[in-house]
Design a protein. Structure first.
Length: 330
């Protein structure tokens, strides 16, 4: 609905409530609209807002028959209104949210999507085709258990502690931990949980797919100061926490520079164009795990200039990879 529609509908209801009855001529004169426009407003009130608006032949005008409401009560207009463009925007955002992990939140957002479509009216093809106009492509997404995700999300929002069984891929072992969840993080198509681990007495990052069991305790979670959380996680490169210990200098070829110069690898990065058209990117890091992967995906179009230990690691990885393709080398 447009803002003009909303204003007129408010005036119609207010007029009828004030006098108990209103004729069509009175409403058209007050609203300065045609019979066709008034009829459309009546249709919106009845069909989309559920208003028991009826013609009372004894009173000679339109009245609101609250007694016809299902379950009783008095008809009231919604407290929050959206015009069509706002509903489209909401539907698009909800589609994006659902696309983060398809099916994970359908139980909760499905009814909301239906309600928003109903607000636009029946037969509105634009609303129904949003899923076909906004496409989300996933890469290397790890599967999650929907029920477990909801348990974790509930604990985060209700500020409750959790007991989890966590599988360590590095150690190939499961441990039981008591944690105070801080926040859910969606990063590179996968979910993580930042939490205070009472077993380690420190902030930790947990991959959700590695949480094999979780139960909520009836114990309040420990509130970690937001500044402490921010300082702990912001310094590292990628998902890895910790204060930055090194600063990588990466030189990208002129061909690849056109893309890299537009990318944000770290909020504290710096970059500059070189005379030969190449691009120098500098990023801080603590753990080099993700940085190494990001460097390698650019292949021969990037050179690590500094620090020496990162340059050496990349060199060793590339040499080991080249040996696997020895039959292709000339």
């Amino acid at each position: 609905m447009s803002k003009q529609n909303i204003e007129r509908i408010h005036k119609i209801v207010k007029r009828i409530r004030a006098r108990g009855v209103a004729t069509k001529d009175e409403l058209m004169a007050e609203l300065e609209v045609s019979p066709a426009t008034l009829k459309r407003d009546f249709d919106i009130l009845r069909d989309r807002l559920g208003c028991p608006l009826v013609w009372d032949k004894h009173k000679g005008g339109y009245v609101i028959e609250d007694g016809q409401l299902f379950g009783g009560g008095i008809f009231e207009l919604p407290g929050v209104w959206f015009d069509a463009s706002e509903v489209y925007a909401l539907l698009s955002v909800i589609h994006l949210l659902d696309g983060v992990q398809p099916g994970l939140l359908e139980e909760h957002i499905g009814p909301l999507k239906k309600r928003l479509r109903d607000m636009l009216g029946q037969g509105n093809h634009t609303a129904m085709s949003i899923e076909q106009r906004v496409k989300i492509v996933h890469l290397a997404t790890r599967k999650l258990d929907g029920t477990r995700f909801q348990t974790l999300a509930t604990a985060v929002l209700e500020r409750k502690r959790l007991i989890i069984e966590y599988w360590s891929r590095a150690k190939l072992e499961a441990t039981e931990r008591e944690i105070s969840p801080v926040q859910l993080v969606h990063y590179r198509d996968n979910w993580f949980l930042d939490a205070w681990c009472h077993s380690r007495d420190a902030l930790r990052i947990f991959s959700l797919e590695s949480i094999k069991a979780a139960s909520i305790l009836d114990v309040p979670a420990v509130d970690v100061d937001e500044s402490v959380v921010t300082d702990h996680f912001k310094g590292g490169y990628g998902i890895f926490a910790g204060a930055p210990l090194h600063r990588a200098k990466l030189k990208f070829s002129a061909q690849r520079a056109q893309w890299v110069a537009q990318e944000t690898w770290h909020e504290q990065q710096s970059g500059s164009w070189l005379d030969d058209g190449s691009y120098l990117l500098e990023v801080p890091y603590s753990s080099d795990h993700e940085l190494v992967m990001d460097v390698l995906r650019h292949g021969e179009h990037v050179e690590v200039l500094d620090p020496p230990e990162l340059r050496q690691k990349i060199c060793e990885i590339l040499c080991a990879a080249a040996q696997k393709y020895g039959d292709c080398l000339r």
